[in-house]
Design a binder for this molecule. Structure first.
Ligand code: ATP
Length: 265
């Protein structure tokens, strides 16, 4: 079998040389897959994505143990521009846009070296997946809704023609209809462009709906992984991530409950 596109092994990330945010996290993303990384607030999902993309360096953090291997090469602690040049592009949580630039200008700002024909091709491709952006192309991005900003975030990433798209908390603060729409777009981008996607989500339901495989992390450690079917039928995932008792319990209750159980290994 071909080697996975991305292999993270025993990842440890430390902020400011003292705060260990992630410890012993391992995951694999096969080419063409959508993989979901699930967990509650502070579990270490964003840190893991930023470790893969190289952005943790900007937060005074480092991978202190383990490895991130992309297409057979070690990339942990490489700077973000080098990781991006290899084909990994991050859509960060609450994607920032250039508020005074139009939608079209924002998209264009993502591409540094490309012919105008190539820019046009990439822009048209973004508009195919997000027709709303085509309608809004002359609007200043500061006037976009939350969902439209997320579309622009993904669109900007597509302008870099990535092989591996890292998406952080797409669903944050959006209506269920908008979240469903964005997830369907990601599904289409995977199937039509053959893109591989690693998706970080607190909203386990929507992520497991489109994922081929899921990982659950808690307190910086991997606690469970499997197919969406396996995860959805797991009692703890049902209880704490897919409705169940989640609405009735505070996160503190969840943590206390977890301490009393061992899910993994
Ligand atoms: P959320 O869903 O709330 O964004 P998350 O699962 O993405 O949570 P992270 O943001 O990766 O979690 O945070 C993991 C841990 O790392 C937390 O304990 C957090 O306080 C810590 N952390 C995150 N960023 C920093 C930072 N810049 N400096 C110090 N600690 C940090």
């Amino acid at each position: 079998m071909a080697e996975a596109l991305l292999i993270v092994e025993q990842l440890e990330v430390v902020y400011h040389r003292v705060v260990t945010a992630v410890q012993g996290v391992s995951l694999k993303v096969e080419r063409g897959q959508i993989v979901a990384l699930l967990g509650t607030n502070g579990a270490g999902k964003t840190t893991t994505l930023r470790a893969i993309s190289g952005f943790i360096g900007l937060d005074d953090a480092r991978v202190t143990q383990g490895s991130v291997v992309y297409k057979g090469e070690r990339i942990e602690n490489k700077p973000p521009y080098e990781v991006t040049a290899r084909g990994i592009v991050l859509v960060p949580e609450r994607q920032k846009v250039f508020e005074n630039l139009t939608v079209a200008e924002n998209l264009d700002a993502n591409v540094t070296r490309a012919t105008s024909a190539e820019r046009r091709r990439l822009t048209e491709s973004v508009y195919t997946y997000f027709p709303a952006l085509a309608r809004l192309k002359s609007r200043e991005a500061g006037y976009l809704s939350g969902g439209e900003r997320q579309m622009l975030g993904i669109g900007g990433a597509l302008m870099c023609a990535p092989e591996l798209l890292l998406v952080d908390e797409l669903s944050l603060g959006l209506s269920p209809i908008m979240v469903e729409e964005l997830m369907q777009r990601l599904r289409a981008i995977r199937s039509e462009l053959g893109m591989t996607i690693l998706l970080v989500e607190q909203n386990a339901q929507v992520a497991l709906d489109i994922a081929d495989h899921g990982y659950v992390i808690e307190n910086g450690r991997l606690v469970l992984d499997g197919t969406p079917e396996r995860l959805s039928s797991h009692a703890d995932v049902r209880e704490f991530y897919l409705g169940g008792g989640a609405a009735r319990r505070s996160y503190r209750d969840v943590k206390q409950y977890r301490r009393s159980r061992r899910w993994y290994g």
